[in-house]
Design a protein around this ligand. Structure first.
Ligand SMILES: [Ca+2]
Ligand SMILES: [Ca+2]
Length: 163
């Protein structure tokens, strides 16, 4: 293989990797549109590193800490494409720990509770098992943040399809 063809191959491999990455992650950007610290800038849902897991990542415009995030972020998941929310993943502080909780809106049972992490002052992420959710169609999802009486929706209108 000549150096030139090696370079072309590397560029193509990089493009392929980038397209595979985008195929497995969906994001919504959201404007600086809400007062308070939980004003969302970007939300992402993607397949996690561990098999059978999904990863939720939220980035805000401003820094936030425990008191501000007591009510947290809530991913509303429609897994049957019927426009009804089937499951909610809540990322919030409970007893001083940042966690995420996956719940079935039609059942009082919790499907999963996992630790969440805060890699920087404006970002939180949580990996959770998709096991336990009944998924019959492309998942449709949106996120609402709750800080006192303030709500921010991402996206503002409609939902994100897939991940
Ligand atoms: Ca926002
Ligand atoms: Ca918004």
């Amino acid at each position: 293989m000549t150096k030139r063809w090696l370079l072309v191959s590397l560029v193509l491999a990089g493009a392929l990797a980038a397209s595979m990455l985008s195929a497995a992650a969906k994001s919504a950007t959201d404007p600086n549109d809400t007062a308070g610290p939980l004003d969302m800038r970007r939300v992402t849902l993607e397949r996690g590193q561990a098999a059978g897991t999904w990863l939720f990542v939220v980035r805000t415009w401003d820094s936030w800490n425990e008191p501000a995030a007591a009510d947290g972020f809530h991913v509303q998941l429609d897994t049957r494409s019927d426009r009804d929310v089937d499951y909610v993943l809540s990322l919030l502080y409970v007893g001083g720990d940042l966690i995420c909780i996956l719940g079935d809106v039609n059942s009082p049972d919790t499907l999963a509770t996992r630790p969440a992490t805060k890699p920087d002052a404006k970002t939180a992420r949580c990996s959770f098992p998709k096991r336990g959710m009944r998924i019959s169609k492309t998942v449709r999802w949106s996120v609402v943040s709750v800080s006192g009486a303030r709500r921010d929706f991402a996206p503002d209108v409609g939902v994100v399809r897939g991940l």
